[in-house]
Design a protein around this ligand. Structure first.
Ligand SMILES: [Zn+2]
Length: 365
């Protein structure tokens, strides 16, 4: 492929849309460093089938890449922690019979079992590749070959990790494995496909995340042979993170993104601009109400009350009405009542085209 064809291919497949969704498919091209630390289960021989340093080869070789997540986000659920866990299990006679090939997080990547050996992670027992089983619980056919022919990847969910970045790195690992074993993109599967277990849990419960991950895998798969390197530069990283995760801002915001792309020692810079939609007018009104309730309007008062005409955080407009204007006027002016009196202040909160009334009860004395 000529150098110009490579650039054309890059331009065709890297897209930053005019309006951002929840994730942008910013390709991850840093090196993946795989730390190979294989388990040698001399005692727990079911964990990695075989004894000592010899496992059991997958019959027919790898056919699937099986994506998992660690489910429970404990602090130890990072790649290092999982590597320690699987070694502890392998070295214990009553260790859990579970094994997988890779554990990956936002910085580390460990390999526990050679990629062409059977491991136990997909919950489909010894069901063969191509063999289906009806699952009465989910009323679908679970496919086979998850354990026997699937390379299991645990994506680590951890409160201190950036899970989107973990998935970006996983997409690169997946593309590498697809090339290594000459597999197509349709061989990327969820644990769920083999045994109906709700795994990978976060991906399955986050609408659109699996599709976004598959798109990352697809872009990796297409661009990997070009040897492309991209350094992303984002002018508002609090709204679009380098991993492509979009954080909804309060107001509609344009974000400028630069891609410094290197192919065959030549670097070019591409510039993109994308609109990130802010929160809705309804949400701005609700949030304005909370701000007023929590930090502006007192619960009791014997003085003037500051009734703002605007909240700068949400750019909402406010109008006020008092139930007892002789005690607290619509402008917040105080007149001492004869006895302590509960009054009602109504705020008309406006954002964009919509307005909503919210009430505050205050004891005036
Ligand atoms: Zn799983």
């Amino acid at each position: 492929m000529s150098i110009e064809e490579k650039w054309k291919k890059f331009e065709k497949h890297i897209k930053v849309p005019e309006v951002a969704g929840r994730w942008l498919n910013l390709i991850y091209t840093d090196d993946l460093v795989i730390t190979k630390d294989f388990i040698y289960p001399d005692t727990n021989t079911k964990l990695r089938p075989g004894i000592g340093k010899k496992g059991v080869k997958m019959p027919g070789g790898p056919q699937y890449i099986v994506i998992h997540d660690t489910g429970m986000p404990a602090i130890t659920d990072d790649a290092k922690g999982l590597n320690k866990y699987i070694h502890d299990q392998a070295n214990s006679p009553d260790g859990r019979v579970a094994s997988w090939h890779f554990s990956i997080d936002d910085k580390d990547l460990f390999q526990h079992v050679p990629t062409d050996e059977i491991a136990w992670h997909a919950g489909d027992g010894s069901r063969k590749y191509g063999e289906k089983a009806y699952n009465f619980k989910t009323e679908k056919y679970d496919i086979g070959g998850g354990n026997h022919n699937g390379i299991g990847i645990e994506t680590c969910i951890n409160p201190t990790n950036d899970y989107e970045l973990t998935l970006k790195r996983t997409a690169k690992l997946v593309a590498m494995l697809l090339y290594k074993y000459n597999l197509e993109l349709d061989r990327i599967k969820q644990h769920y496909d083999f045994s109906s277990k709700n795994c990978p849990n976060i991906i399955r419960s986050t609408k659109g995340l699996w599709e976004s991950f598959l798109e990352d895998c697809r872009i990796q798969y297409i661009l990997m042979p070009l040897g492309v390197r991209v350094k992303w530069e984002i002018d508002k990283p609090d709204i679009i993170k380098p991993s492509g995760k979009v954080i909804t801002p309060i107001h509609d915001t344009y974000v400028n993104i630069k891609a410094h792309v290197t192919i065959d020692n030549e670097t070019r810079t591409y510039e993109y601009k994308t609109l990130v939609k802010g929160i809705s007018d309804e949400e701005k009104i609700i949030k304005s109400f909370y701000e007023l309730y929590l930090s502006v309007i007192p619960k009791r008062a014997n003085h003037d009350i500051n009734l703002p005409s605007e909240l700068t955080t949400y750019k909402t407009k406010l109008k006020w009405k008092s139930s007892h204007p002789n005690i607290i006027s619509d402008a917040g002016k105080y007149n001492k009542p004869e006895k302590p009196t509960w009054i009602k202040l109504t705020a008309i909160i406006e954002s964009g085209e919509i307005a909503s009334e919210k009430e505050f009860t205050i004891k005036i004395f």
